[in-house]
Design a protein around this ligand. Structure first.
Ligand SMILES: Cc1cc2nc3c(=O)[nH]c(=O)nc-3n(C[C@H](O)[C@H](O)[C@H](O)COP(=O)(O)O)c2cc1C
Ligand code: SF4
Ligand code: SF4
Length: 272
């Protein structure tokens, strides 16, 4: 059993590559009963500013796992810094067991710094990394990827750059007049932050996870990323979704307002 959070499909693809039983965290986070039992339980999630998304942290603190093996895979695109150590701390603070943590380098979907065309041209050896993880999980390997002093310093440097603000600082978007009201952004938002008002998308930033799923999915490129801390996105015309993950997969995983069957019905009438 693997629990997953994914904005653009990297973590969803990794989760599916490691297990057939994948449960989307956005689909269960509102349940009162978060007790799960399985021979092994995993979590796959991206890192934002070297940390797990807020929703994943909340899930770890609220869920109870009846299992003898818990693992965590953190997908990232460029620099993981001390993400493994910070994640261990989240499990420790929640009083939860964690047996294995490893990072997984994939396409970097962080639009304020990366050009998606350039990212897609890089071979990050994802399959080879997944194979190593598969082998580790097969023997229930215990251990945590090493964190160096340079990793800790990289995170410290980042915290200074952002003035110790949470990663949601990056989710500064404008929903522009290009919006045609197709509703896709409302369906891929894992936090249910976006709704349509008079055929235009409107966001309530309160629970935003900064996943950027909405920005990446918009067929009209109607969601503009505002410059934050001097970062201006290199190419507002290129967007990303993991090649192994369909739009329908993302909607099923992230749409907070509908049951999967309803999502499927709506999907067929979506303009993309
Ligand atoms: C707001 C934000 C912050 C990010 N911060 C980092 C980071 O600190 N280091 C890094 O290597 N990648 C970072 N990334 C890239 C993602 O972790 C990476 O692309 C991940 O695989 C995306 O997973 P997903 O497709 O499942 O959403 C960030 C992405 C976003 C949207
Ligand atoms: S995906 Fe883009 S065009 Fe569609 S509703 Fe959202 S902002 Fe508007
Ligand atoms: S509003 Fe956009 S960035 Fe924020 S959680 Fe929803 S999809 Fe992600």
């Amino acid at each position: 059993m693997i629990f997953c959070f994914s904005g653009t499909g990297n973590s969803l693809y990794a989760a599916r590559s490691l297990d057939t039983d994948v449960i989307s965290i956005p689909q269960v986070i509102d349940r009162t009963d978060l007790h799960f039992r399985s021979e092994r339980i995993g979590i796959v999630a991206p890192i934002y500013g070297h940390e797990m998304p807020q929703m994943v942290k909340a899930f770890i603190s609220r869920a109870t796992f009846e299992t003898s093996y818990v693992f965590l895979i953190l997908t990232y695109g460029n620099r993981h810094a001390n993400a493994v150590e910070l994640a261990r701390q989240v499990f420790g603070d929640a009083g939860k067991r964690i047996d294995y943590i490893r990072t997984l380098l994939m396409v970097d979907n962080f639009l304020p710094a990366f050009d998606m065309k350039e990212q897609l041209a890089l071979d990050k050896h994802v399959e080879e990394q997944l194979e190593v993880i598969r082998q580790d999980l097969a023997v229930r390997k215990h251990g945590f990827e090493e964190v160096t002093e340079a990793d800790r310093q990289a995170h410290e440097h980042y915290l200074q750059l952002v003035g110790h603000q949470p990663a949601t600082v990056w989710a500064d978007f404008s929903f522009t007049a290009r919006c045609i009201g197709c509703g896709l952004c409302t369906k891929v938002c894992p936090a249910g932050c976006i709704h349509l008002q008079k055929h235009r998308a409107v966001r309530n930033r309160k629970n935003c996870q900064a996943c950027m799923a909405c920005v990446h999915v918009c067929p009209e490129k109607a969601i503009r990323i505002n410059p934050v801390l001097g970062f201006r996105e290199p190419d507002p015309q290129t967007r990303y979704r993991n090649v192994h993950v369909s739009l329908s997969d993302l909607v099923h995983a992230n749409w907070r307002k509908a049951l999967p069957e309803e999502a499927e019905k709506e999907e067929s009438s979506c303009v993309i």
